[in-house]
Design a binder for this molecule. Sequence first.
Ligand code: GCW
Length: 677
Amino acid sequence: AETGYDLWLRYQPLDASTVQRVAPKLRYVVADGSRPTIRAALDELDRGLAGLIGSAPAHASAVRGEGGVVLATAGSPLLAGMKLPLAALGREGFLLRTTTIGGAKVTLIAANSDTGLLYGSFRLLKLLQLRAPIDALDVQDAPKLQLRVLDHWDNLDRYVERGYAGQSLWDWQKLPGYKDPRYTDYARANASIGINAVVPNNVNANADILTAPYLQKVKALAEVFRPYGIRIYLTARFSAPIEIGGLKTADPLDPAVRAWWKAKADEIYAVIPDFGGFLVKANSEGQPGPSDYKRSHADGANMLADALAPHGGVVMWRAFVYSEHNDADRHKQANDEFVPLDGKFRDNVLLQVKNGAIDFQPREPFHPLFGAMPKTPLMLEVQITKEYLGFATHLAYLGTMWEEVLESDTFRPRAGSTVAKVLETPVAPKALTGMAGVANIGTDVNWSGSQFDQANWYAYGRLAWDPDAKAEDIARDWARLTWSPDPAVVTPIVAMMLESREAVVNYMTPLGLGHVMATGHHYGPGPWVSDLARPEWNPTYYHRADADGIGFDRTPTGTNALGQYAPQVAKRWGDLKTVPDSLLLWFHHVPWDYRLRSGETLWNSLIAHYDTGIATVEGMQRRWAGLEGKVDARRWAEVRDFLAIQRQEAQWWRDASIAYWQSLSKRPLPAGHLAPP
Ligand code: GCW
């Protein structure tokens, strides 16, 4: 039965005529299977071709006529005499070419590293899954970012913070003795989309992960991941020297603390020689950090960076920092904190910045730090798990959301400097680049809690590889790989995916609203909540609605968070004549009767957006109903039921939100507003 376990690597049999066409070209593979990563590539080619064309290829040590797939790294005698543009591919790129070796027409996969060959093998299989012709291949590809990271917010007791797909995959109790084969399937899935770094534990960190027994368990995971080109990183709890080191302080300038971290790094590298480094959440939401000792974030990050540097490790230091002791608009706090530190971090530190300044809302403007720290490598952090977008039950394809951020023009240093360009352009010749995604993966059979949430894992990998990729192309590939190559299936699925995120925005946070979710779980509506201990956790802090109007004035008459953006951005978003409706209430406080550029009043438009959100979900239900019998029954029924939940809860969002707004605005519901059934 279809469960979704195979993700986008289903390798379903090709139809007979396609098999006729491609099978003779893929009869044997020439590769050095004694190298672990090439072994992984061979295993995948065996598995994929067995599924797709009905038989695994033979393994050969030399070209022996037509029908060969040849895997070769730079310098291999197999490539003698060929002029290949390998230099342009970097360490992880690959090329895929139909060419002639020893007089025989073969399919060549060439790269500078074994990982490149693995990526090329996955690409060949993907082309076959997509029924693309493989007779005259000439593909060349390389990732645009160096670190393509999955961050798991998994606790050591297997509870996943903001996880909606079951327990943590990592069964620490059975590690290191038992390496669940699922870890290998996880690594395969990641490698197939180019993810090359994994942080298995939560940023709200438990220092125990850094103790000797846990390092043995981490080592076992690293051994599974290594052949797949994936390095393991760990979150470092800033107070670890006190908690597991027996020191009295964790002050980053204290010599004993520095020595402790250095010794800890040496210990980790003795166990895991290719350990990647640390991810750190410090002085945020109660986590310990350098500010506890009146030291800067640079002091904290640099101490860890110095401990890792001799081993080639890096520090990913999170910019998600705000404090209840700071009266400034939360939107401004990270910039206030970090911009003055530009240029003060070691070369092996990256600053990891969420896509928006608040917190993974259904829509946020891009974070003003992008473009504002020209001397500091910045990573984008996105949330694949849908904490604020309806968990796993609401269908929301996030490719379009991330594309919106990546395409945003920061105007820094110049027009056209999109967030994608900021990420892709190293701040110095050898500087680090990267992107991180908070994983949506757990022990559920379908990995991600729903069939469609697999698309978000997939899209994240594709965008981390190429931040300029198009969300629609990614959705189409995913739909074809995951559901069916039949255009009658692909077209409606892609349409659903492309409209889905805006539907969520419409029924949860229309017109630039944000952070109006109920407290704690963040699943349902709670715009009325105003009594939480920390003011910046209250929805009322964000929407500022009262009898007169609604919205957060972040222009110069308000908090002027807009002043943290480039002047071109501040001007456009700060002016009511030019701010897009989609960000109106994020930056402006306006009266309920304010006229939008469409001529509609804000009040009527607000109601219309909620209605549109529900209508879009109903449209998705209709599209899905049309696919009954065209996709397997089990996955189809699951999606149908989830859409029904989403429809019901979209209405919950609308009705609860409107009832609350109406208690303030005292405006009548406009004619034509969808009445509750
Ligand atoms: O989105 C918020 C979440 C917290 C999370 C925090 C963070 C890991 O509500 O659960 O903690 O962000 O990103 O650190």
